[in-house]
Design a protein around this ligand. Sequence first.
Ligand code: IPE
Ligand code: IPE
Ligand code: MG
Length: 240
Amino acid sequence: MGESVPRHVAIIMDGNGRWAENKLLGRIRGHVAGVSAVRKIVRRANDRGVRYLTLFAFSSENWNRPRTEVAALMQLMKFNLRREAKELAENNVRVRLLGDRSMLPEPALKAAEEAEEITKSSTGMELVLAISYGGRDEILEGVKGLIREGVKEEEVTEKRLREHFYLPDLPDPDLVIRTSGEYRISNFLLWQIAYSELYFTDLYWPDFDEKEFDRALEVFASRERRFGKTSAQVEREKSV
Ligand code: IPE
Ligand code: IPE
Ligand code: MG
């Protein structure tokens, strides 16, 4: 049996568009429904004692979507960050932005940075919002940072590379969940998921609820994480 509750859960919230299309609604309605699911899952994760919840809200490739959809997504993020920041602070949740801030339109960036500011002294769960995030971009940022520092070849370590990531202190996810029946990573946390447990569900993101989240946590608890070792070694380590 693994750790009972994962410290860091990261979610690829996929399927808003198809959820809406199946109901003969526009894609934007799907994104609006997706926000309600976010609210439920944030609350549940906090209640279950998850320390870090990372939500993939917008990828570096999502900029290539139709302009109207991108604009609607940015509006939604701005609106909801403004609306929720105070309540998140009251619930001791800290908001942090993960991604390329320079790409964000000013109002969305401002709302995100205000949410970070309003919740900065929270000591409870960290809600990490991956917006304009690309795993390859982040690794490139790390490489550029090392070059800027003038690090010598023999001084290059995983630890030093990580120091140049967007959030250097963010631990690796223990569990990655992807909704919508797609079995891929889509440029989400590439470096950090080396040993994460992966969980896939066919549900579209707006249909993912507290019960489904609990189910994912249950599956996680039943997995054995070996980190390259043998099962016998893992058992022995646990008993000391
Ligand atoms: C996920 O839902 C939300 C974002 C990527 C912003 P999609 O919009 O990708 O929904 P599908 O995959 O088209 O159904
Ligand atoms: C991944 O979903 C990104 C987010 C959920 C924000 P996509 O819908 O962009 O992924 P692909 O294009 O199906 O791989
Ligand atoms: Mg999608």
